[in-house]
Structure formats: structure tokens, C-alpha cells
Design a protein around this ligand. Structure first.
Ligand SMILES: [Zn+2]
Ligand SMILES: [Zn+2]
Ligand SMILES: [Zn+2]
Ligand SMILES: [Zn+2]
Length: 86
């Protein structure tokens, strides 16, 4: 059995790096700023340190748990919550 592994995203290229967020083994063309293109698209816009799993109810930006607050069942990013007084 050969050990030549291919990029887990496009399945077309040799592995160059491991995405630090999702741990996918990825090739050069699927790498974007040291993370994979999939994580890059879902990265928290505010801290750019972790994946976003929610969207701000006001501006619609994708943010992570640390960069958002929950007010009356609404998800508000830190940016909007600092502009608005509740
Ligand atoms: Zn690839
Ligand atoms: Zn990734
Ligand atoms: Zn964040
Ligand atoms: Zn917002």
C-alpha cells in the first residue's frame, strides 16, 4: 500500500500542510493564509482565530462564540453590541 496521500479538499494535489483549525491535510492551492480555504471562508471575521458558528443578527457577519453576545435570544457581534446600547 502506498503512502502517497492527497489533499483532502480537492483530492488532486500532494499534501503541503495541515490546517491548524480543522486538521485537514491540504495542498498548496487549497491553502489560504496558512489555513485551508474551507476554514478561511468560515473564519470568525472579528478575531480570525477560530471558526465562526453563528451570524450577527444586526450586521450579518460571521463570528465565533467569543466575539458575540446573546441578547434576548439574538446573537450580536461585539462590534454591533458596542455601538448599540441595550
Ligand atoms: Zn487541494
Ligand atoms: Zn481547515
Ligand atoms: Zn472571534
Ligand atoms: Zn454585528
Amino acid at each position: 500500500m502506498s503512502d502517497s496521500r492527497i489533499c483532502e479538499i480537492c483530492e488532486k494535489e500532494a499534501i503541503e500542510a495541515e490546517c491548524p483549525l480543522c486538521k485537514r491535510q491540504i495542498g498548496k492551492s487549497c491553502l489560504s493564509e496558512n489555513i485551508c480555504v474551507i476554514c478561511n471562508e468560515t473564519l470568525c471575521i472579528n478575531c480570525k482565530n477560530q471558526l465562526s458558528d453563528r451570524a450577527c443578527n444586526i450586521c450579518g457577519l460571521l463570528v465565533c462564540e467569543d466575539c458575540s453576545v446573546k441578547i434576548n435570544e439574538e446573537i450580536i457581534c461585539l462590534n454591533c453590541s458596542s455601538k448599540r446600547r441595550f
